[in-house]
Ligand binder design. Structure first.
Ligand SMILES: Cc1cc2nc3c(=O)[nH]c(=O)nc-3n(C[C@H](O)[C@H](O)[C@H](O)COP(=O)(O)OP(=O)(O)OC[C@H]3O[C@@H](n4cnc5c(N)ncnc54)[C@H](O)[C@@H]3O)c2cc1C
Length: 368
């Protein structure tokens, strides 16, 4: 069976790798390699166990995807000979309110039943294990940290390295990739069945397909509009920073989270800090990165970890997260009105986390 995948961010790359094991796969991306829209900007935090939610479909997706990572990473490393920067030190969530710390004990019990471990650390335990967080406080109110939740099974992966490995592994399985190739239209040449697409078209070429997977992030909206079944997905901007401490800490270190900030250790000295969540003034209108929000993000991070106070800024960047309009993220479903089109887009803030489970869900959709 010939599968056509439109869009090769982390989601399209994960689907390509999964389906290339059993099908002929062709992938098109409008951009050059490594120029993905959202994926290039992501921090790669795989935060699944560390969510207060006790149950629900979305929580299940997150936990299932996190489980898949444990076998996916060694599999990709073996297939590609690439070494993937996969942080297995877990996530430490700082709490600034005793009630919040107490509320986590219910989540801790629920996670235990789901096969995940959470530790609740009081202030003394926290400072003993992570002395660099002794002065942690909320930037605005100056409230001091009272304890933390530690999730040893949550992870972090470099999204660019991951996507590169997924593409390389899919290529080994015979998948073909065409970059700088925007898909602009479709053909349906089966006169008896106009709802079945037969070709995917760039402005210059036409490619025969049995199935079409639309994993084009924000580009999925115009593509589905071409098929008269608009799936509205809008951008939410995120900014982040890459910092280098003056004095290295002792690594390995977990990802630290608190006050709407992730501090992602790359090594003993360098961290990524992210990310702002910036909405356009009106749904669908364009968004410019706001320097004030980036400055606040930086200050929040320093309030959590004082070792970042004199860190140099190596780089700042921004990206657009694809967020479905008026419905929960992500969208993984057959496109209504078509027999052979699946939409796997709109992963908003968790596309890296959810890429492996998305690929499995797409496999189920085309198998059914
Ligand atoms: C600052 C920031 C931090 C983030 N941090 C995290 C995090 O810690 N953890 C996490 O899980 N997620 C995180 N995210 C979210 C994550 O980046 C996204 O959910 C994810 O990258 C979405 O992947 P995607 O493949 O759907 O989209 P994209 O990466 O945007 O890829 C879509 C691709 O489709 C292509 N395309 C579009 N239209 C067409 C067309 N017509 N023809 C051909 N190709 C087309 C584009 O060129 C693009 O390469 C973050 C996002 C941002 C911005």
């Amino acid at each position: 069976m010939q599968i056509g995948i439109i869009g090769c961010g982390v989601v399209g790359a994960a689907i390509a790798f999964e389906l290339s094991q059993t099908h002929q796969v062709t992938v098109w991306d409008a951009r050059s390699p490594h120029q993905w829209q959202a994926t290039r900007a992501a921090l790669g935090v795989l935060m699944a166990a560390m969510t207060p939610k006790l149950k629900g479909k979305h929580l299940q997706l997150r936990l299932d995807s996190l489980r898949l990572y444990e076998t996916l990473i060694p599999e990709l490393e073996a297939l590609t000979n690439l070494s993937l920067p996969y942080n297995r030190q877990g996530i430490l969530h700082l709490c600034f309110d005793g009630d919040e710390l107490n509320r986590w004990s219910r989540t801790q019990q629920a996670r235990a039943q789901q096969g995940f471990h959470l530790d609740i650390l009081d202030q003394e335990n926290l400072f003993q294990t992570y002395p660099h967080l002794r002065a942690a406080h909320l930037w605005e109110s100056k409230t001091s940290v009272v304890g933390a939740i530690y999730s040893p099974q949550d992870r972090q992966i470099d999204p660019v390295a991951l996507s590169t490995a997924l593409i390389a592994a899919a290529q080994k399985n015979g998948a073909e990739f065409y970059f700088d190739t925007p898909i602009s239209s479709f053909k349906s040449l089966r006169g008896d069945d106009p709802q079945s697409l037969t070709d995917v078209c760039s402005p210059t070429e036409s490619y025969p397909v049995d199935w079409v997977i639309v994993s084009a992030g924000l580009g999925s909206t115009p593509l589905t509009t071409t098929l008269q079944q608009t799936v509205p997905i809008y951008p939410v901007l995120g900014q982040a920073l890459h910092l280098r401490r003056q004095h290295p800490l002792v690594d390995p270190l977990p990802v630290v989270n608190g006050d709407q900030v992730h501090i992602v250790p790359l090594n003993a000295s360098e961290v990524w800090v992210g990310a702002t969540v910036e909405f356009p003034s009106e749904v669908g209108s364009s968004i410019e990165a706001d320097p004030v929000q980036l400055k606040e993000l930086h200050q929040r991070a320093i309030a959590l970890d004082e070792s970042l106070a004199h860190a140099s800024i190596l780089r700042t960047w921004s990206g657009l997260r694809p967020r479905p309009h008026e419905r929960p993220a992500p969208i993984i479903e057959r496109l209504p009105g078509y027999d052979n089109v699946v939409v796997a887009s709109g992963h908003y803030r968790n596309g890296v986390l959810l890429a492996p489970i998305t690929a499995q869900k797409v496999r189920q959709l085309i198998s059914n």
